[in-house]
Design a protein around this ligand. Structure first.
Ligand code: UD1
Length: 344
């Protein structure tokens, strides 16, 4: 048996892809997920891809006694990848306490329990949202942290600070903070992918549901930004590429190869793509039209952000390799699979 890794939120979008890559790399994966934004079928998908069924505990990370019981049931957990969190920006504005409670308490519980169970390190899911609208693009890890525009964004900043403070106070473990840009696409097998409950807030699920005819048209939020075609620019990164970075980060941490007790890496491609370019790429990659219209700006949107991923490239030896067209095609195959299965 490989080394044991606890993956919180492992039934979710990025968590499930990471569980697959961890198992492919020989790790033993234990998933804790409360299924608040996912489904137990995802565990079946992970098993179909890898041939191994990860251990699964349906549990809220805010339940400290429950988490303690997990560490007791699975002795020798060496590392944690902490994905479990609420992530809808708009909802966080409506329900700030829910976001602060979910995202902060779950982390506090893990950091409390880690020394007790001798866990060597934690990889934390952070976001490029911590940079706000950067003054310099592409943005690197030394860019200043800007005041958060939403409670969701604020939880990511506070969680980074909590981890930094805890480790600087001498906690006996290490941490790697991974700042994701915009993860998209699905596993090439189309066995797992992004499955938002209800009306999608994020661009790609809305786009693929529109292409499928589930939604009438995609709204492009604004064409009057100071960008070449007026629509917002993001750094869209393939979710499998992103998942692989977690495996490298975990190896580095538990093999004690990290230069510092806390390290931070941007995970992006280094390529900025506008909303309108993305729609064109999807239509080119799949041959399927996406009905869309320009509407007003969405409150809280950043105009443009893309990564300088050089630190991850050079220090982790990780680079995003999948092309945008292949990634969009994978998102479409996943949407088609949902239709075949009668899910959507
Ligand atoms: C946001 C957060 C990010 C968070 C992620 C998770 C910010 C700055 N970013 O990413 O931290 O991790 O959500 O949910 O808070 N768009 C449309 N039409 C749509 C949907 C989106 O035009 O129907 C546009 C948006 O204006 C944006 C781009 O598509 O320019 C990407 O939007 P989205 O997928 O929601 O991600 P972010 O807002 O970049």
């Amino acid at each position: 048996m490989g080394k044991r890794i606890l993956v919180t939120g492992g039934a979710g979008y990025i968590g499930s892809h990471t569980a697959v890559e961890l198992q492919n790399a020989g790790y033993e994966v234990i998933i804790v997920d409360n299924l608040s934004n996912s489904n137990e079928n995802v565990i079946d998908g992970i098993e179909r891809i890898t041939g191994v069924r990860p251990a699964f505990e349906r549990l809220d990370c805010n339940d400290k006694e429950g988490m303690q019981a997990v560490f007791t049931k699975y002795p020798g957990i060496e590392g944690i990848i902490h994905f479990a969190a609420s992530k809808a920006v708009g909802e966080s504005v409506q329900k700030p306490l829910l976001y602060y409670r979910n995202n902060l308490v779950s982390l506090l519980n893990l950091l409390d329990l880690m020394p007790q169970f001798d866990v060597k390190g934690i990889v934390f899911s952070s976001s490029c949202t911590v940079y706000g609208q950067p003054d310099i693009l592409p943005v690197d890890e030394s860019a200043p942290i800007k005041p958060a525009l939403s409670p969701y964004g604020n939880t990511k900043q506070i969680c980074e600070e909590i981890i930094n403070d805890t480790i600087h106070a001498g906690a006996p473990f290490r941490a790697i903070l991974l700042r994701y840009f915009n993860p998209i696409g699905a596993h090439p097998s189309a066995e797992i992918g992004e499955l938002p409950l209800g009306v999608p807030q994020n661009l790609i699920p809305y786009l693929t549901q529109t292409a499928m005819g589930i939604r009438k048209e995609l709204s492009v939020f604004g064409n009057d930004y100071n960008t070449p075609d007026g629509s917002c620019i993001r750094d869209y990164i393939n979710v499998v590429d992103l998942a692989k970075a977690h495996v490298i980060a975990m190896n580095r941490m538990i093999e004690r190869k990290a230069a510092d007790n806390v390290e931070v890496f941007n995970l992006g491609t280094g390529r900025g793509v506008s909303v309108l370019e993305l729609i064109n790429s999807f239509e080119r990659a799949t041959g399927v039209a996406v009905p869309h219209k320009i509407v007003g700006r969405r409150e809280g949107d950043i105009e443009q952000v893309w990564a300088n991923p050089e630190r991850a490239n050079n220090v982790l030896g990780w680079t995003a390799v999948e092309s945008l067209d292949d990634t969009l095609a994978s998102a479409w195959r996943w949407q088609e699979k949902l239709r075949e299965r009668g899910i959507m």
